[in-house]
Design a protein around this ligand. Structure first.
Ligand SMILES: Cc1cc2nc3c(=O)[nH]c(=O)nc-3n(C[C@H](O)[C@H](O)[C@H](O)COP(=O)(O)OP(=O)(O)OC[C@H]3O[C@@H](n4cnc5c(N)ncnc54)[C@H](O)[C@@H]3O)c2cc1C
Length: 470
């Protein structure tokens, strides 16, 4: 019996998708930039079926790409060479919220929106929030160490993970261990955070919850200079209720307003905007207003007076990704620099893009409290792409930054890992990959093992060397 027949024997024929039109949707990413070719898409219903699917694939030598909501932005969940796509969407079980530990167990295929609704129904909340919340899954968010809009207050996905249950490439189970305290050796769950599907298939995660905070104050602040916006964060941090500080610029705001047909927050354009949100049990509006009144360099501010106004302020920031995508598939980089160097880096990146891709359109936005910029460049000639990416990432490295603050490495940045991860660190990465997945069954070419990357041909032979030269 062939691969499809064997997989059907495990999950049922209805859950092995082979229709070319259907599987094609699993072989392209959200931006349309990463396209591949899927083999069968298999949808196991539980951890045991995941193990048996992996055993079949291993026996028949079929590589496996774990896929959750397929909202990843670094091409890490895309099959490039006919690999089996292991879709986790049916691993959607949500356990009861435990009020004693304030934890919940969620299947890998649970969407962020479903997890958040579940936590709120129990009077609590989930700390991580990202704009792709309706599709992004718990497994994908653990696998990419997703960050998002509230990292400044609660941390990224890593800080929320208590335990992970996963299936190794040979089908064996690891985890979960969900005790509040546990000092028994290596942090295996931690190794899976940010593993991007290269070590094991995550089947569920035990997650921390945070208190539900009923009162919010949301404001957009306008500045002439990014330096002033960065300095404002220091003053805003005096507010214990501070939850989000997001940055965008006037070109991005105009794009969003045209795309979503919403009005801008101010009658007059300003170069830099911060979207600030506070959340607390008692209304934080007055406290926010007092701090805002004392901010140096502030040109204007718009406070949301009700939920509808709050949604509009958030739309200005959250609709950036879709408005940019509507222009065409962007070169998308998610980089982080020490927040104190964010203004210098912004200048760097504008200069680098103008030189490496003249005529292309650059739109920046991001999570300024973490120095995390999303660099989007639309209209880059394919032959100029690798040079552009290399130069931007080299500028990040020069400023002591990271080539991925929250999206991961995937295939998009695998050739440049050496810019910010040393040789001993990359050797450990390779050794960890071999220890967890000795036959290289899972996600070939992602994060480690660039030699096998489908993207390798599109990049120079030694991109790190060529990037740091400029
Ligand atoms: C509009 C938009 C806004 C976004 N905003 C943010 C943001 O603010 N912050 C942020 O961090 N990200 C953001 N993202 C990126 C994306 O949503 C996250 O990376 C998310 O964590 C991916 O989840 P997913 O379920 O879609 O994973 P997928 O895209 O399906 O997969 C992502 C990676 O995880 C692996 N993977 C998936 N499931 C599993 C599993 N069960 N076991 C092992 N490996 C697995 C895949 O192989 C792949 O390498 C955004 C994306 C979009 C489209």
């Amino acid at each position: 019996m062939g691969l499809v027949g064997r997989l059907s024997g495990v999950v049922g024929a209805a859950h092995v998708l082979t229709d070319p039109d259907v599987v094609a949707g699993h072989a392209v990413d959200w931006t349309g930039r990463f396209r591949g070719a899927a083999g069968p898409v298999v949808r196991p219903a539980n951890g045991d079926e995941v193990s048996r699917v992996l055993a079949v694939c291993r026996e028949l030598g079929a590589a496996v790409v774990p896929q959750g909501g397929n909202t990843g932005l670094v091409g890490g969940g895309i099959p490039y060479r006919g690999e089996v796509v292991l879709s986790t969407t049916r691993l959607a079980e949500l356990g009861p919220v435990d009020p004693v530990t304030r934890q919940v167990t969620a299947g890998a295929g649970v969407t962020l929106a479903a997890l958040t609704a579940h936590a709120r129904a129990a009077g609590m909340d989930f700390a991580v929030d990202i704009a792709s919340r309706d599709s992004a899954t718990v497994g994908g968010m653990v696998a990419t160490n997703a960050g998002g809009l509230k990292v400044l207050r609660w941390g990224a996905m890593r800080e929320q993970v208590v335990a992970v249950e996963a299936r190794l490439a040979d089908g064996r189970v690891v985890g979960p261990h969900g005790l509040p305290k546990d000092s028994t050796g290596y942090d295996l769950a931690g190794a899976l955070v940010g593993s991007e599907g290269t070590l094991a298939v995550i089947t569920s995660a035990r997650l921390r919850l945070v208190p539900a905070l009923a009162e919010r104050a949301t404001a957009t602040l306008a500045f002439d200079r990014t330096e002033d916006a960065v300095a404002a964060i220091g003053a805003l941090r005096a507010l214990p209720s501070l939850t989000s500080v997001e940055v965008f610029f006037d070109d991005g705001l105009r794009l969003v307003c045209a795309h979503r047909r919403v009005a801008p927050p101010f009658a007059v354009a300003h170069p830099v905007y911060l979207l600030v949100e506070c959340a607390a049990d008692a209304d934080p509006t007055e406290a926010l207003g007092e701090v805002v009144a004392g901010l140096a360099g502030l040109r204007d501010s718009a406070l949301a007076v009700d939920e509808a106004a709050r949604r509009v302020l958030w739309t200005h920031r959250e609709a950036h990704a879709e408005a940019i995508n509507a222009l065409g598939p962007p070169v998308k980089l998610d980089v982080g620099v020490p927040p104190g160097r964010a203004a210098e880096f912004e200048r760097d990146v504008r200069a680098v893009v103008a030189e490496a891709a003249p005529g292309a359109r650059l739109v920046l936005f991001g999570h300024l409290a973490e120095g995390n910029f999303h660099v989007n460049v639309v209209g880059v000639a394919p032959e100029a792409e690798a040079d552009l990416v290399g130069r931007v990432l080299a500028a990040v490295a020069r400023r002591g930054g990271t080539i991925s603050a929250e999206h991961g490495i995937g295939v998009a940045k695998a050739p440049w890992l050496g810019l910010t991860r040393s040789a001993p660190e990359r050797e450990l990465f390779a050794a960890i990959k071999r220890a967890w997945d000795p036959t290289g069954l899972l996600n070939p070419g992602v994060l480690v093992g660039v030699a096998d990357s489908a993207r390798e041909l599109a990049h120079p032979a030694d991109p790190v060397a060529s990037s740091v030269r400029d």
